[in-house]
Design a protein around this ligand. Structure first.
Ligand code: GLU
Length: 452
């Protein structure tokens, strides 16, 4: 049974990068008929905000991702305490008393010597008495997880292939602050165990976190810490996707703030975002595929490349037009101008890049239209058209066939004055659909008006 999770921190709105992570985890779960969990990573009480939790839910809903289970880290603090106790009993957690400044100085010295800024485990050298003295001074410790440096950390990454980390090249992570609050690293592993997460798919900025978390998982399993996954003693499968970059190939600030509101305001359909993000960075072709099941069925981690995925807004616009051309009336009815029915939508749909543009084309039906100036020859032709118009199930076809015969006009000379007289425009939706919508009386009136 596949279980995936999307784990945003509610410290801001979702942006295109985390929308992509959410989508991929949702697709993995849906493809396997598994479970998709929305996990709100809100252990940072100072930065987490309820309004962001609501906005995350609203954005995911707008995008059409449903989740089977919602969890909040702030409601699971007792589990983190239990895990902490288990790791402490196993000797894998130690108290540290360095101040932020002291750590900063250590790092600067290491860097100036050309050394990597790895924590020197200075706190491990403190005797019990020294620790007690620090506490007596009123200094509360923060806590680090002690990495096991004996063996390399290895996993077979679903996208990056075999991975190998030397724990000695990593700092023992701080997992708990001096005020007792939790940092991301351990709660995430505890949740993945408790919730039976089978597949962790996230950005490659998390690769070194995975190395650390594999040791946390293993230490928790070894300490008998329970959970659906722990019973089996198995670790989730990990996969890290290359980051999303702007068109120019750089990590862009703009992408970090581009989210659902901006897309919605620009008339971008959720289906266009999904069609793009489902395949960006993979070897599959990016096409305006509106049917999610097609995207889900073809979704494969093996198709992902290692190069950064380039997000190009021009691609998104192109896909959006392709998606809009396929949208059924029922999907857009609430967003169309008053009076526009299914036939109206069908007539204008091929001319739209965004649904909102339907209103501009609908004005050609409801009027008033732009009055055009015609040469006397065209005026006579339009007068003949007003007379020749016969209402039937395809009056446009009837009219143009009759005029072709009676006037000998064809091509542009036949069609353009009619379109201009009937719509005020040189181009636009298919005239046979449009004429039916304009209606007999109004059409004849427009032709007569142009002939004056
Ligand atoms: N809250 C973390 C983040 O947004 C979750 C990372 C993870 O998927 O484990 O980066």
């Amino acid at each position: 049974m596949t279980t995936t999770r999307f784990a945003p921190s509610p410290t801001g709105r979702l942006h295109v990068g985390n929308i992509r992570t959410a989508l991929h985890n949702w697709m993995l779960a849906r493809k396997a008929g598994g479970t998709f969990i929305l996990r709100i990573d809100d252990t940072d009480a100072a930065r987490s905000r309820e309004e962001y939790v609501e906005a995350i839910r609203a954005d995911l809903t707008w995008l059409g991702f449903d989740w089977d289970r919602e969890e909040r880290q702030s409601g699971r603090l007792d589990r983190y305490q239990a895990a902490f106790d288990a790791l402490q009993a196993a000797g894998r957690i130690y108290p540290c008393f360095e101040t932020a400044q002291e750590l900063d100085v250590k790092r600067k010295i290491q860097l100036s010597r050309g050394l990597p800024p790895i924590y020197d485990r200075g706190a491990l050298n403190l005797t019990e008495a020294e620790q007690a003295a620090k506490r007596a001074e009123g200094i509360a410790p923060h806590w680090r997880f002690k990495l096991d440096q004996a063996e390399p950390i290895m996993w077979d990454d679903g996208i990056r292939g075999p991975q190998k980390f030397d724990a000695a090249q990593l700092s023992d992570p701080v997992i708990r602050r001096a005020d007792g609050s939790w940092l991301y690293m351990m709660p995430s592993a505890v949740d993945d165990i408790d919730m039976g997460v089978t597949q962790v798919l996230r950005g490659e900025d998390h690769v070194s976190n995975t190395a650390v978390q594999i040791q946390i998982f293993t230490a928790l399993h070894a300490s008998g810490f329970g959970g659906e996954g722990a019973e089996a003693g198995t670790l989730p499968a990990f996969a890290h996707e290359a980051l999303l970059v702007g068109r120019e190939g750089k990590l862009s600030k703009r992408l970090g703030s581009l989210g659902c509101d901006a897309f919605r305001e620009r008339g971008i359909e959720p289906a266009a975002i999904i069609a793009l993000l489902a395949r960006l960075g993979t070897s599959l072709p990016i096409e305006p595929i509106a049917d999610r099941s097609v995207l889900i069925d073809s979704f494969e981690l093996a198709t992902f490349g290692r190069a950064p995925a380039k997000f190009d807004e021009a691609d998104l616009e192109r896909l959006n037009a392709g998606i809009v051309h396929q949208l059924p009336y029922a999907a857009v009815a609430g967003r169309l101008p008053a009076g526009m029915d299914a036939a109206g939508w069908h007539a204008v749909r091929p001319n739209l890049a965004h649904v909102a543009e339907a209103a501009e084309w609908w004005r050609l039906v409801t009027g008033p239209i732009e009055a055009r100036e015609f040469q006397s020859e065209d005026k006579a032709f339009l007068e003949a058209a007003a007379t020749a118009l016969v209402w039937c199930n395809n009056p446009w076809e009837q009219l143009t066939t009759a005029l072709k015969e009676s006037t000998g006009r064809k091509g542009r000379a036949l069609f353009l004055p009619l379109r201009q007289a009937l719509t005020g425009m040189d181009h636009g939706p298919d005239m046979s659909e449009l004429l039916l919508l304009i209606g007999e009386t109004e059409a004849r009136a427009r032709l007569r008006q142009s002939a004056l």
